[in-house]
Write a protein that binds this ligand. Sequence first.
Ligand code: MN
Length: 257
Amino acid sequence: MSVLAQLLAAVAGGSVEVVDLTAPLSERTPVLRLPEPFANTVPFSLREISRYDDRGPAWYWNDIVTGEHVGTHFDAPVHWATGRDGEDVSQVPSRRLVAPAVVLDASARAAADPDFLLEIDHVRDWEREHGALPDGGWLLYRTGWDARSGDQDSFLNADDTGPHTPGISAECARWLAEETPLIGLGTETVGTDAGAAHGFDPPFPCHSFFLGAGKYGLTQLQNLARLPARGAVLLASPLPIVGGSGSPARVLALVER
Ligand code: MN
């Protein structure tokens, strides 16, 4: 049997599970809120064109209204000033959208401290247990934050000092982006950076270092608890928006059972 025939047989037989890492898109999908004076994205919404009525008697369809960075989405290098000469989302090579993925689980730490930051030593500890970070692969950073994704306030977890959501320290972000063979970083939170990352040096270090290195981001992932620490294959499918800085994406993982 060919490799692809074996894959199809495994999917049909259940020995390879397809795990959907994508949050449902609706008007209730949480979106990032930047403080004044910064501009903000629109949320997702549907605008009905016709629904089996005199606007279109036999068909139902909608226009969609969305930002590029709404819901589960892909960050392309041009999203950040450090990556401004890099790829827009339509220029990401398709072969880079199929890649190995590993999962680092910090959900217990994030439950105890919503401002928890991953440090290089935490990744080194993970590597001692699970092996090296994958060449050309994704680091999926599990924090348990997907459990909050149905509610904007709980998901953003903001108070008068700003949002409090887990992330990665500036030092660790620089190391991951510049000194490991990863292709990108995936998170469960509204962006790849910690809620407090506006105050880091540099601000928003995951965006700054990963996109500046020509790498990618995936955010608002869910179901990472259903993936093994290593061994999953991730398929990311942002829309090829010409000139786009990112796109809502369907993100699937193939997992051997
Ligand atoms: Mn984004």
